[in-house]
Ligand binder design. Structure first.
Ligand SMILES: *Cc1c(COP(=O)(O)O)cnc(C)c1O
Length: 336
């Protein structure tokens, strides 16, 4: 039982069968029919001109940043953005692109006024501000459609491109009860992780217009991301997009349920108003040693991520309501 992340999901038998049956070719030659089918399906489904299958979300984000920005350009993003904080500085290291991180609000958004102030004037002292990158969901929180529309208007006004790190954008769509296109129509490019809540073992997608994706395809090759008979993985991604979206609602309900139960434990304060999808952050009283608790739970076959001031739980297709009950029962034992 694993509450560390939705990246731990295992392919279901039906998904494995689709991988087994996938027709294959050499994707570097453009010959893999299953990769082509995934990219075409993704482009049509999301109303974008083109899509690119990548080995990871990190790679998809890096390709987006390097496709929108040249050496010496700059992108604006959240201080908490995955593509600033958790991707080993790839945009700076490999793209010579300057990140300009801005404080995230509690709801995950970045204040539009702060964005305006961070856009550099066209003057040789400054890097050229080219792109705003948002993230949705961010820490499990959903950006409102109004906010996204306002960010789009600001980008149009100031001549910036707008990218979405949409690793979990399907969780956002399910939480808002809107079609995915209502969110992504505002963006010039976006990424999706197939390997998180959607349940594929490996893979992400980058979507954009034809020119952007062509540039990204060249860069993917440069980064060593050209994969050969990748159709086995693409088949899982296609299966994930076609079968595993609606069930995300179940993960969200389990997250709410887990947050309610955590609230009843001594010393645990789940940030309940911020539990909007499948991720729960809980503050934990100073006296509680989460590292010891994590070890004790591990001995019972339950994986969690301990932190110093609190912890994160993630629900996904690999944990059900009974698993949540068992986690709570074990935690109760250890705390009482
Ligand atoms: C997981 C994640 C990524 C990166 O995905 P990997 O496939 O792990 O490289 C990017 N952005 C966000 C918001 C993520 O949660």
């Amino acid at each position: 039982m694993d509450f560390r992340s939705d990246t731990v999901t295992q392919p279901t038998p039906a998904m494995k069968q689709s991988m087994f049956d996938a027709p294959l070719g050499d994707d570097v030659y453009g010959d893999d029919p299953t990769v082509n089918a995934l990219e075409q399906f993704a482009a049509e489904r999301h109303g974008f001109e083109a899509a690119l299958f990548t080995s990871s979300g990190t790679q998809a984000n890096l390709l987006a940043l390097m496709s929108h920005c040249e050496r010496g350009d700059e992108y604006l993003c959240g201080q908490q953005a995955h593509n600033y904080k958790f991707e080993a500085g790839g945009a700076a290291v490999l793209g010579s692109i300057q990140p300009q991180p801005l404080e995230n609000e509690t709801d995950g958004s970045i204040c539009l006024e702060r964005i305006k102030q961070a856009i550099k004037p066209d003057n040789f002292h400054f890097a050229k501000t080219k792109l705003l990158s948002l993230e949705n969901t961010i820490g499990g929180k959903v950006l409102s459609l109004e906010y996204i529309a306002q960010a789009r208007a600001l980008c149009d006004e100031r001549g910036l491109k707008l990218h979405l790190d949409g690793a979990r954008v399907y969780n956002a769509a399910v939480a808002l009860k809107v079609d995915i296109t209502e969110i992504i129509k505002h963006f010039d490019s976006f990424t999706i992780c197939l390997s998180k809540g959607l349940g594929a073992p490996i893979g992400s997608l980058l979507l954009g217009d034809k020119a952007l994706i062509e540039k990204a395809r060249r860069l993917r090759k440069m980064l060593g991301g050209g994969m050969r008979q990748a159709g086995m993985l693409a088949a899982a991604g296609l299966y994930a997009l076609q079968h595993n979206v609606e069930r995300l609602e179940e993960d969200h309900q389990n997250a709410q349920y887990l947050a309610d139960k955590l609230e009843q434990l001594p010393g645990f304060k789940p940030c309940k108003h911020l539990v909007q999808t499948n991720i729960i952050f809980a503050e934990v009283e100073a006296g509680i040693d989460l590292f010891t608790i994590a070890k004790q739970l591990k001995a019972k076959g339950i994986n969690i991520t301990p932190g110093y001031q609190g912890m994160r739980f993630v629900t996904h297709m690999g944990v059900n309501r009974a698993d949540v009950d068992e986690l709570i029962a074990e935690l109760t034992n250890l705390l009482m």
